[in-house]
Design a binder for this molecule. Sequence first.
Ligand code: UD1
Ligand code: UDP
Length: 367
Amino acid sequence: SQVAIVLGTRPEIIKFAPVIKACDRRGVDCLLVHTGQHYSEDLDQVFFDQLELPTPDYNLEVGSRSHGEQTGRMLEGIEDVLDEHAPDVVLVQGDTNSTLAGALAASKSNVDVGHVEAGLRSFDRDMPEEVNRVVTDHIADYLFPPTEETRSHLERESVAGEIVTTGNTIVDSLYEYRDLAAEKSDVLSDLGLQEDDFYLLTAHRAENVDDRESFARLLEGVSRFAAQTGREVVYPIHPRAQSRLDEFDLTLPEEIRTVEPLDFLDFLRLESAAALAFTDSGGVQEETCILGTPCVTLRYSTERPETAYVGANCLAGLDPDDVVEAGSTMLGKDADWDVPFGDGRAAERILDTLAAGVEPDAAEVSP
Ligand code: UD1
Ligand code: UDP
């Protein structure tokens, strides 16, 4: 039997790493298909190297294109791979165009689809990610929601596939790598930073950075809070955001320092050491919650509300006054919250479920 894994972006590489390793441990034949959605060394290869992942069996090298063209080329390429290999199941993760293409191609080739990190909903259909999630969930034969909340969305929508709550594989990844990051990473000294004396910023969402005024407001709120509290902001900048900064000719406030995208260990070290994180990333909302760093989310909706329920995250939007207020609320908060994303055995549960065929109830857990 063979499991095919379709991935294409930084977060998919990181969140699939525990599944790929679990396949290896169990001797499960794993066909790795990279769509090539991310291709820059620091969004792609660096994670394969650091997480010691095998080279993909296929790289479709689709690259950056409009949504339709990108997704369409992925569909064609994945279909060819599936025609040749006929795996038993295709696993996809998350909510990117690679996720959607993997699910759709498998479904049209009559191959079972498993969706890792199923059931997340921002309830904002203007986000391309929301549409990708909803469609993927309704195509999937196996759905692996990370939490009870996400499971309940799937039940409410009466999805056709079997649902097994697993926890999020990001917990598996962090449990494996956070100590290593503390031990091995020199990022604090390299960037001249002191623990708890700086803020971390990541922002790359299309709805935030593709609009000049939104991007400017986002930067203004974060820099104002930094100025008021006398700390600097480190912003490992996603290439999408960097190209918008250049295109819009926006001047960065002096409190904000951009650095190149970081590798996983350096990024985890920064996330752990920051006094506070400001972000519009999905993964960063989860990771800061797991690592015990308070987070302010620079969006009006989140598909990770569990982080806010436990007190680790505050949804601020983009208004600078709201961002400053949210920063004040979250700064110095005791990280005594419970982690709502499971126990770090999500990958094992996913493979248990696939191995058992459709017997999800036996493998079920409440993270
Ligand atoms: C994609 C996902 C988003 C996810 C993010 C993770 C979709 C619709 N979006 O957004 O959900 O949060 O990945 O990081 O699937 N670029 C490079 N090098 C690369 C890749 C992209 O320079 O390796 C630049 C290009 O200018 C490109 C832009 O980034 O046009 C956007 O890339 P794209 O893959 O379309 O979307 P992301 O913003 O990366
Ligand atoms: N990440 C990283 N280096 C960086 C920024 C992020 O390794 O400079 C990791 C981060 O630890 C998380 C993932 O990338 O696991 C989040 O990816 P991103 O924010 O691009 O996507 P999203 O989670 O929003 O889909």
